[in-house]
Ligand binder design. Structure first.
Ligand SMILES: Nc1ncnc2c1ncn2[C@@H]1O[C@H](COP(=O)(O)OP(=O)(O)O)[C@@H](O)[C@H]1O
Ligand SMILES: [Mg+2]
Length: 300
C-alpha cells in the first residue's frame, strides 16, 4: 500500500509490560478513509495497539506512521488522532459543553470559535440542547455520543475507538453501530475501531485485522476473512463453524471436495461466482450459510 492509501502503518511493533508481551511483532496498514477494525478476544493486545497509535504508550520495538510520517517521537496532541475510550472517560465535574470544548481549550482556540465548533459538533452527534447537562444526567448512549463529540471536535485525521459500544445494552448497541458507520461515511475519516465482537466487526468494517495472543493472525476485507480464514483460530473465532481434523493428501479439487463435503464444494463455487469487488454483506451471507447447514473451510 502506498503512503497515499495507507493512512496508519504499524511496522513490527512490540510492547511488553514486565514479563507480558502484550503486542508481539505486529504489522498492518490501515487504508485511508476506511472503517478499520482490530478484532480479537479479550487480552489479545487490541487496546495496547490502539494506545500506541494514539501515543499513550511507546512501542519497545517497531515504527508507527500516520499519513506517511513516523510518529514514534510525537506527543499525543501532535499525531492528528483522537481517541474514544472504552469507559468514555468523561470529566464528571464538567458539563457536556465543557467536556466537548476541552480539547479546543487546550489548543487555545478562541472563545467564539470554540463555542461555534462545540455547538456544531453537539448537533452533529444528535445532542443539540443537552450542552448544559452533567455527565451523570445522561443515558449510556448519550454519554457515548459526548465522548465521540469530544474526539471529533478537534478535527482529527484518524479517530481511534476502543470498544465504544461495549457498555451499552444490545438494542442500543445495534442502533449506535449503524450510526457509527453513517458517521464515518459522512466524514470520510479513517476510523480505527477496536472490538471483541465478531458480528460488530463484520457488519461495520471495510478492513479487519484479527488479533490473537499479541499477534495479527490475518488482515483484509471482512468477506476475505470470513470466507478464507487462514488459521483454525480464525475460522472458529469469526463465525460459527464445525472444525474437523483432517490430513491433506492432495491439493486437487476432488480432494478439497472430499475434505469439506459436497455441500461445502457447492458453497465455495457459488461464492466464487459472486464478484469479489461487490461482496455480499457477511452477516447476510452467514444466515444463508446457517440455513443450508454448510460449514466454511479454513485454508491454513
Ligand atoms: N498497563 C499494563 N500493565 C501490565 N499489563 C498490561 C497493561 N496493559 C495491558 N496489559 C496486559 O497486556 C495484554 C493485552 O492487553 P490489552 O491490550 O488491554 O488487550 P485487549 O484490549 O485485547 O483486551 C493483557 O495480558 C494485559 O493484561
Ligand atoms: Mg481492550
Amino acid at each position: 500500500m502506498s503512503p497515499e492509501t495507507a493512512h496508519v502503518r504499524v511496522s513490527h511493533v512490540t510492547k511488553r509490560f514486565g514479563g507480558v508481551t502484550a503486542v508481539d511483532d505486529v504489522s498492518f496498514e490501515v487504508p485511508k478513509g476506511s472503517f478499520a477494525t482490530l478484532l480479537g478476544p479479550s487480552g489479545c493486545g487490541k487496546t495496547t495497539t490502539l494506545r500506541m497509535i494514539a501515543g499513550f504508550y511507546d512501542p519497545d520495538l517497531g515504527d508507527i506512521e500516520i499519513g506517511g510520517r513516523r510518529v514514534n517521537n510525537l506527543p499525543v496532541h501532535r499525531r492528528g488522532t483522537a481517541m474514544v475510550f472504552q469507559d468514555y472517560a468523561l470529566f464528571p465535574h464538567m458539563t457536556v459543553r465543557d467536556n466537548v470544548a476541552y480539547g479546543l481549550k487546550v489548543a487555545r482556540v478562541s472563545g467564539a470559535d470554540r463555542a461555534r465548533r462545540v455547538d456544531e459538533t453537539l448537533a452533529f452527534v444528535g445532542l443539540k440542547g443537552l450542552g448544559d447537562r452533567w455527565p451523570n444526567q445522561l443515558s449510556g448512549g448519550q454519554q457515548q455520543r459526548v465522548a465521540v463529540a469530544r474526539a471529533l471536535v478537534i478535527e482529527p485525521q484518524v479517530l481511534l475507538l476502543d470498544e465504544p459500544l461495549s457498555n451499552l445494552d444490545a438494542k442500543l448497541r445495534e442502533q449506535l453501530r449503524v450510526e457509527m458507520r453513517i458517521l464515518q461515511r459522512r466524514l470520510g475519516m479513517t476510523f480505527v475501531y477496536v472490538t471483541h465482537d465478531q458480528e460488530e466487526a463484520l457488519s461495520l468494517s471495510d478492513w479487519i485485522a484479527v488479533m490473537n495472543a499479541g499477534k495479527v493472525e490475518q488482515a483484509g476485507a471482512p468477506w476475505e476473512i470470513y470466507y478464507h480464514p487462514k488459521t483454525a483460530f480464525l475460522a472458529d473465532f469469526v463465525g460459527a463453524v464445525n472444525l474437523v481434523p483432517a490430513q491433506v493428501t492432495d491439493l486437487g479439487h476432488s480432494a478439497r471436495d472430499r475434505m469439506c463435503g459436497s455441500a461445502c464444494g457447492r458453497r465455495a463455487s457459488r461464492s466464487r461466482r459472486r464478484a469479489p469487488s461487490q461482496p455480499a454483506s457477511p452477516s447476510r451471507e452467514r444466515s444463508r450459510v446457517a440455513h443450508s447447514s454448510v460449514t466454511r473451510c479454513a485454508t491454513g
